[in-house]
Design a protein around this ligand. Structure first.
Ligand SMILES: *[C@@H]1O[C@H](CO)[C@@H](O)[C@H](O)[C@H]1NC(C)=O
Ligand SMILES: *[C@@H]1O[C@H](CO)[C@@H](O)[C@H](O)[C@H]1NC(C)=O
Ligand SMILES: *[C@@H]1O[C@H](CO)[C@@H](O)[C@H](O)[C@H]1NC(C)=O
Ligand SMILES: *[C@@H]1O[C@H](CO)[C@@H](O)[C@H](O)[C@H]1NC(C)=O
Ligand SMILES: *[C@@H]1O[C@H](CO)[C@@H](O)[C@H](O)[C@H]1NC(C)=O
Ligand SMILES: *[C@@H]1O[C@H](CO)[C@@H](O)[C@H](O)[C@H]1NC(C)=O
Ligand SMILES: *[C@@H]1O[C@H](CO)[C@@H](O)[C@H](O)[C@H]1NC(C)=O
Length: 455
């Protein structure tokens, strides 16, 4: 069943996103030894990479000519988000780099955490990689405590947490620990890009997204409505009707299994998506809701989470990160395996605890923190509509703006609406990895958010 496939994706986001973070870190480090002979002009004031001894985290900090304060990015987004945020990105040859004109560290100090341990080049001495949402938040908080203990001069800087994709869970749960924990941190707010905020709303909205983006024919749409809706209310997520579930599976398999790039509807599927179809097709008989069943399947090795995310080509990044001189520059111990975009070990042993992070958001907002929920509007893994419904469902009555456009480079860059201290914002035409696919609007959005100014 479709729903299973969605679950799998979200599991792999955990790894994918984390990996992305590490990408960023490593790119920075590369500069230190310039293994690829890339841009030599750039001279950050502080740039380092290392492990914070909390189940071994890789951390990189970079301070350039920063106007603003500290931002911690948990890259929980799709596969390649991190690249664009970073100062340098990998060329297609997998050997050289080019400068990112829209890197976020142009205006803020950035710290990237690879998490959970086991993704990218992060590792655990005891090889214990089973973890869950709360454990990850605890570990990330410990990592931050270590960081601020080591660099106390950053504790006065304004501090923000960003996460993407499965970071929709990582970022708010870590934020709550930072906001309520003992360590003095000048925490101002958090942002989530194309995040999973509510599994129910994500599924429920995807059916609408698919129909109104031309993916389903009228016959399927009619069957969905006849079988899943009652008196004007539809339940595409948890219907008790078997026929409804079959129709929803059919719809989801069009989204996830027909060769479309689920991370960006209007981009091609790199590698044509065939391998993905093969590996996932046998799984479409199970329901994602039955996560126990899924676990069994995964443990039997019939599902390899080590597959690269469908339709995403990360060959260049993998090649670059696995270069001997790059590993050396990053101080990667020889015993660590090659860098990969996903970790099936971490994914198979991961336990999701939050069906929705609504309560976490409500607590954070009640503490006076600022929040931004942004979505590239062509993503189908975590579609904009589900996150918009999530924000509306928080029930914040004070709409400070109407739903309106925002402008970047004289063009409409998307839409936004502010409710109290939380803003929902779309990035027009961008997919799952907003900073990668809309770098200039992404930097604009980032700056507006951290400076608390209008979009
Ligand atoms: C997550 O996304 C942010 C913001 O888009 C990106 O800069 C970063 O590389 C990613 N971080 C991690 C840890 O994956
Ligand atoms: C913080 O301290 C580090 C080293 O301890 C130093 O390199 C850096 O410039 C300081 N940063 C600020 C903002 O003072
Ligand atoms: C960082 O934030 C603090 C507190 O808001 C402020 O005093 C300081 O000037 C900021 N630093 C920079 C470099 O903007
Ligand atoms: C259908 O919805 C209407 C309005 O929402 C409500 O008044 C009515 O009682 C509902 N009927 C049934 C059978 O649930
Ligand atoms: C799904 O439906 C069942 C039966 O109607 C209900 O008990 C359960 O709470 C629902 N689950 C979710 C996550 O909505
Ligand atoms: C992936 O990218 C590499 C270059 O970075 C290219 O050589 C390769 O052909 C691409 N693979 C696919 C399936 O597009
Ligand atoms: C928004 O945040 C500010 C500053 O933290 C706080 O004073 C205010 O009460 C918050 N507003 C709402 C509606 O929560």
């Amino acid at each position: 069943e479709f729903s299973l496939s969605l679950f799998c994706h979200c599991s792999s986001f955990i790894q994918v996103i984390t990996v992305l973070s590490s990408l960023i870190v490593y790119l920075f480090l590369c500069l230190l030894s310039l293994p690829s002979g890339a841009v030599a002009e750039w001279r950050p004031r502080l740039q380092l990479s290392g492990w914070i001894p909390v189940r071994e985290w890789t951390v990189s900090c970079e301070q350039a000519n920063c106007v603003h304060n500290y931002t911690c990015t948990l890259n929980h987004s799709g596969s390649e988000t991190g690249r664009v945020v970073f100062v340098f990105q990998v060329n297609d040859d997998g050997a050289t780099l080019y400068e990112n004109a829209f890197s976020w560290n142009k205006i803020a100090n950035m710290l990237y955490l690879e998490s959970p341990a086991g993704v990218g080049y992060s590792y655990s001495d005891d090889h214990e990689y089973a973890t869950n949402d709360n454990q990850v938040a605890d570990d990330n908080y410990k990592a931050l405590q270590s960081f601020f203990a080591k660099f106390p001069n950053f504790t006065q800087n304004e501090f923000f947490i960003f996460g993407e994709s499965y970071g929709g869970i990582y970022a708010p749960t870590l934020s709550l620990r930072v906001a309520t924990g003992k360590t003095k941190i000048n925490f101002q707010g958090f942002a989530v890009g194309n995040g999973i905020s509510s599994f129910a709303l994500n599924d429920q909205s995807l059916i609408h997204f698919g129909y109104y983006h031309g993916l389903f024919g009228e016959d399927l749409w009619r069957d969905l409505n006849i079988n899943c809706c009652n008196n004007g209310t539809c339940d595409f997520y948890n219907s008790s009707s078997e026929t409804c579930r079959i129709m929803v599976n059919r719809a989801f398999s069009i989204v996830y299994n027909s060769g479309l790039n689920e991370y960006a509807l209007y981009l091609d599927c790199e590698g044509s998506g065939k391998s993905y179809e093969r590996t996932m097709s046998h799984l479409f008989k199970n329901s994602r809701r039955n996560s126990e069943k899924l676990k069994v399947i995964m443990n039997k090795g019939r599902l390899s989470l080590n597959e690269v995310p469908p339709c995403i080509n990360s060959t260049a990044q993998m090649n670059w990160l696995n270069r001997g001189d790059v590993r050396k520059a990053l101080h990667i111990p020889d015993i660590l395996p090659p860098w990969d975009i996903c970790s099936d070990v971490v994914g198979a042993a991961y336990t999701t605890l939050y069906a929705t992070v609504k309560d976490v958001y409500l607590k954070l907002l009640s503490l006076g923190l600022r929040a931004l929920v942004y979505n590239g509007d062509t993503d189908m893994a975590c579609n904009f509509l589900g996150d918009r419904w999530f924000v509306e469902d928080l029930g914040i009555k004070v709409a400070l703006t109407r739903y309106q456009t925002w402008i970047n480079d004289d063009q409409v860059a998307g839409f936004y609406q502010r409710f109290g201290n939380i803003t929902f914002l779309t990035v027009k035409g961008a997919g799952h990895m907003v900073p990668q696919w809309a770098p200039s609007p992404a930097l604009h959005m980032f700056q507006s958010f951290i400076t608390n100014s209008t979009y």
